[in-house]
Design a protein around this ligand. Structure first.
Ligand code: SAM
Length: 219
């Protein structure tokens, strides 16, 4: 199968820096705090891309697995890992996340800017799959574009910002074209208890949100 990220793969992180400075990385690391992440925790990153946050989690002592369907993206991940010059043991899997069946294995499952590549019904399926990969009391983390909130100008600015981003990915990678997803609602619908939410700002506006949901008996 052709790598949909062959064009974006080499430049993805540079582009996100141009788009948002450090705010995207801040969002991706927002929930990787000592309260949520203990040395030895098993953490799975779905659709990892260049994956600086996964390297960070491994540096904190987590037992990290990363999965991505794109070889171009994983090449950049491996280059980043090499640059650390540290002996970090990260399990790198080149696969469709839906083919990963290590159910009930992970303390934390992270989906940063990943679920937005799918149309909404399939996104909900992928989220369900990610939840199944977590242990009974796992944390499920989603970092992504914030819902358009605030006054009419703020909402308009956020929509323009979002459609500019998803438009680029729609053209270059075939990502689904859709409004910003309400991840909190999707997480709650799937039985997660959403216990934390953190914003990252661009030019003073809440541009990105990280949610942390805990698995419950009904998820
Ligand atoms: C928009 S990028 C986000 C990358 C990274 N998580 C980040 O925040 O920078 C989406 C990533 O998901 C990967 N991807 C898309 N569909 C996938 C699938 N079915 N299984 C695993 N990875 C997938 C792509 O190859 C790409 O690396």
């Amino acid at each position: 199968m052709k790598d949909k990220y062959w064009l974006m793969g080499p430049v993805y992180d540079a582009l996100s820096y141009v788009f948002a400075g450090n705010s995207i990385l801040e969002c991706k690391r927002a929930m990787l705090t000592p309260e949520n992440l203990k040395p030895g925790d098993k953490v799975l990153f779905a659709g990892i891309g260049h994956g600086k946050e996964a390297i960070y989690a491994a540096e904190q002592g987590a037992d990290v697995t990363v999965v991505d369907l794109s070889e171009a993206m994983l090449d950049k991940f491996k280059q980043g890992l090499e640059k650390t010059n540290k002996d970090l043991k990260i399990n790198i899997i080149h696969s469709d996340i839906m083919k990963i069946e290590a159910f009930g294995e992970y303390d934390m499952v992270v989906a940063n800017f990943f679920l937005n590549v799918f149309d909404e019904p399939f996104m909900a399926e992928v989220l369900k799959h990610l939840i199944k990969l977590g242990k009974e009391d796992a944390a499920i983390v989603i970092g992504d574009f914030a819902m358009p909130e605030g006054n009419i100008f703020a909402r308009l600015a956020k929509r323009v910002y979002w459609y500019l981003a998803i438009g680029i990915f729609w053209v270059t990678t075939g990502a689904a074209l859709h409004p910003v997803y309400d991840y909190r609602r999707h997480m709650s619908n799937q039985g997660l208890d959403v216990v934390d939410k953190k914003y990252s700002k661009v030019l003073g506006i809440n541009a990105y949100t990280a949610f942390l949901g805990k698995k419950t008996a009904s998820s």
